[in-house]
Design a protein around this ligand. Structure first.
Ligand SMILES: Nc1ncnc2c1ncn2[C@@H]1O[C@H](COP(=O)(O)OP(=O)(O)O)[C@@H](O)[C@H]1O
Ligand SMILES: [Mg+2]
Length: 250
């Protein structure tokens, strides 16, 4: 739940516009995420959800507006950007693990190379995180020896190893076989309950209902509606949301 005692939101997106050529893909996006808040971003394919996540992490530049994380405006480039970016953990649909490195190496690589954490300490912390996501028994295997659900849990552990202030998860379960979705959602629910600030692009209503504070519905590059999950899923106010929900619910 949001921490009401903290003054500023952790994430402030103000009047953000983004074009790909002539195509206006983010239209005056305003969004705030409080510390400890879990926000679900939902909407039709092509509505700009991934672009918004990527913009928040500066994997994508913006044409106008401001993105402020923990009181700091995201710089365009350089060391300051690298530092701010390391404070935002991102988990993608494709797990993006290094195929030729073991699970343990995948989780310790950035802490050792980027954060200069001594190897023994990085390994100890990695094993804690792998235990937390339930894949510690596979630490010395290569990603290809794990199931998709296990690989995505490793990807989450790898992100957590950098101690991010914010986690962005972009459709983290949509590439998984159905029987593996819940094991990843359970890890995400536990993470949400631990107080992590999260922005999650997902259509998983079970996760939304259990773990989300707020649903942000996007269509055609704009935020159309925001509501608590129960309200959004049972009584959406916009026609766009009603139409979208009727499609994903049937
Ligand atoms: N690198 C890119 N170059 C050009 N157009 C892009 C690029 N990435 C995304 N788009 C377009 O921007 C729009 C929003 O895409 P995206 O953010 O991926 O939507 P979503 O994640 O909601 O499916 C889509 O029309 C998509 O085709
Ligand atoms: Mg997307």
């Amino acid at each position: 739940m949001p921490d009401a005692s903290s003054p500023a939101p952790l994430v402030e997106v103000r009047g953000v516009n983004k074009y790909f050529g002539e195509h206006h893909v983010l239209k005056d996006i305003d969004m705030e995420v409080a510390r400890g808040e879990v926000v679900i971003v939902i909407g039709p394919s092509g509505s700009g959800k991934s672009t918004l996540c990527r913009a928040i992490n500066r994997l994508e530049t913006i044409n106008s507006g401001d993105i402020i994380i923990d009181g700091q405006r995201l710089p365009d480039e350089g060391k300051a950007l690298a530092r701010l970016r390391s404070e935002v953990g991102m988990v993608f649909q494709a797990f993006n693990l290094f195929a030729h490195k073991t699970v343990l190496e995948n989780v310790t690589l950035a802490p050792i190379q980027v954060k200069k954490i001594p190897k023994a300490k990085a390994v100890e912390r990695a094993m804690e995180l792998l235990t937390r996501v339930g894949v510690e028994a596979h630490a010395n295997k290569l990603p290809s020896q794990l199931s998709g659900g296990q690989q995505q849990r490793v990807a989450i552990a790898r992100t957590l190893a950098m101690d991010p202030k914010l986690m962005l998860l972009d459709e983290p379960t949509s590439a998984l076989d159905p029987e593996m979705i819940n094991e990843v959602l359970d890890v995400m629910i536990a993470l949400a309950q631990s107080g992590m600030t999260m922005i999650v692009v997902t259509h998983e209503m079970g996760f939304a209902r259990k773990a989300a504070d707020r649903v942000v519905f996007m269509a055609d590059g704009a935020i159309v509606e925001e509501a608590p999950p129960e309200t959004f899923f049972t009584d959406p106010s916009s026609d766009r949301a009603k139409d979208f929900l009727s499609k994903i619910l049937h």
